[in-house]
Design a protein around this ligand. Structure first.
Ligand SMILES: Cc1cc2nc3c(=O)[nH]c(=O)nc-3n(C[C@H](O)[C@H](O)[C@H](O)COP(=O)(O)OP(=O)(O)OC[C@H]3O[C@@H](n4cnc5c(N)ncnc54)[C@H](O)[C@@H]3O)c2cc1C
Length: 393
């Protein structure tokens, strides 16, 4: 597999970076400080083709490859990682609805989702079920004409702006193994948004808690009857694109820092001439280059039809931890200025912290990779994980 980007791929990356710097960057600090979700900017991104990137053209998307989509996220995320996360989460759900056996009614709404007219909230995590989704207790009971849903979802990306709630719940009873994914209108009778989480960074992104009490969902709102398998597949998508966004954030941090060290002088010369500072930057640049290749390799595997579970876990682990390492080190290179509220590195560092938590924490990626290692080198059944634990990772 070769990673020499084609001219078209390079252009997609550059255009996305340019788009983000024009439409997101001038407002990113205000969105973060004031916790504003820019609905009009989201709609504009839809009109400009940034919300249905890899969804097929027949549904109104751009039909891009996974690598092309990853490149666009890398370029966009330099300006506002959390806003682009809201877009990516929305994009992934539209893509899934187009490839899963979703109902005709659900597919019929794809064009409005891709244009940004209908915003999607993503509900998987529950208060007692974070890393361990098998501990979910929300469930949908079949009733004439549809399902009655009861339970609670938390950390719902886009929850407060969404007009549609994509939710995965157990089928028939809280302890069931089977799961189903449904699309619920917001507002709906029996659906209540109880609060929206404030976080150390990324306050442009809504992270709502949604309670469902005998909420009726018509049967033509089924996104997937293989709720669990398909939800894990959607997490795989996120593990391809979130690391790409992490690389974009790291690139922005490095570029801002190099420019600062070039213009700030101490001891009679630019700080960039100080070898220890220069070497720190080149070490970080090298790590980011390695992460970038891992991201491209993972996306290219997906495009070639090979399941990149291992590569995606490595990419998520490496790039998630790297974003924190890079932003922490760059903040230090800014000196006191880096610690000042309103400094770009201060914002990037707070935003970077979420990356090793979302879409499966770094520890969970190590569990996945550790299990692969065991399967390869300890084939004896005595040492195998229980089926239940294996399935939940
Ligand atoms: C900004 C943001 C956006 C999010 N968006 C969404 C969304 O749109 N939809 C959604 O459904 N969820 C969302 N989440 C939730 C996210 O997916 C969960 O936070 C994540 O899965 C971890 O779950 P938890 O926070 O409950 O941590 P816990 O599972 O409680 O884990 C706590 C700590 O223990 C570690 N740990 C847990 N189990 C093990 C183990 N077996 N071995 C070793 N270490 C372990 C974890 O790595 C972590 O460090 C979002 C979270 C954030 C912060």
């Amino acid at each position: 597999m070769t990673y020499q980007l084609t001219e078209r791929e390079q252009r997609l990356l550059q255009d996305a970076q340019q788009y983000g710097s024009e439409h997101f960057l001038p407002h990113a600090a205000t969105w973060d400080r004031e916790g504003i979700f820019p609905t009009e900017t989201f709609l504009q991104a839809g009109r400009d083709g940034y919300l249905g990137l890899n969804t097929a053209r027949e549904f109104g998307g751009r039909g891009l490859s996974f690598l092309e989509t990853a490149l666009i996220y890398q370029g966009l995320a330099r300006s506002s990682f959390p806003f682009v996360l809201a877009m990516e989460c929305h994009n992934n759900m539209t893509y899934e609805m187009s490839v899963f056996k979703s109902s005709a009614a659900v597919r019929g709404m794809l064009a409005q989702m891709i244009s940004g007219e209908k915003i999607l909230g993503f509900g998987f995590t529950e208060p007692q079920a974070g890393s361990d989704p098998s501990a979910m207790t929300s469930y949908a009971k079949k009733v004439p004409g549809g399902y009655l849903v009861n339970g609670c979802k938390t950390w719902v990306t886009n929850g407060s702006q969404a007009s549609l709630f994509d939710v995965t719940v157990k089928l028939e009873e809280p302890e069931a193994r089977e799961m189903i994914t449904l699309l619920i209108d917001i507002p709906s009778e029996g659906l209540r948004i109880t609060h929206d989480m404030k976080t150390m960074g990324g306050n442009v992104l809504s992270k709502a808690t949604i309670v469902l009490t005998d909420c009726f969902v018509p049967e033509d709102r089924v996104v997937s009857t293989h709720g669990y398998r398909d939800a894990l597949w959607s997490v795989l998508l996120a593990r391809i694109f979130t690391p790409a966004m992490a690389i974009g954030l790291c690139e922005e941090a490095l570029e801002q820092t190099a420019a600062y060290l070039a213009r700030r002088s101490q001891f009679g010369q630019p700080l960039l001439k100080q070898r220890p500072l220069q070497w720190k930057l080149v070490e970080l640049q090298t790590k980011v280059a390695a992460g970038r290749h891992l991201v491209y390799h993972t996306a290219a595997c997906m495009d070639s039809g090979r399941n990149p579970d291992q590569e995606a876990a490595m990419s998520k682990l490496y790039c998630g931890d790297l974003a924190m390492e890079v932003t922490t080190a760059c903040c230090q290179l800014f000196g006191a200025e880096g610690y000042r509220t309103g400094n770009v590195l201060e914002r990037l560092m707070r935003e970077a912290k979420m990356i090793s938590v979302i879409d499966g924490t770094s520890e969970i990626q190590k569990l996945i990779l550790g299990n692969m290692l065991e399967r390869a080198y300890l084939p004896d059944k005595r040492y195998q994980l229980s089926k239940k634990m294996e399935e939940s990772l």
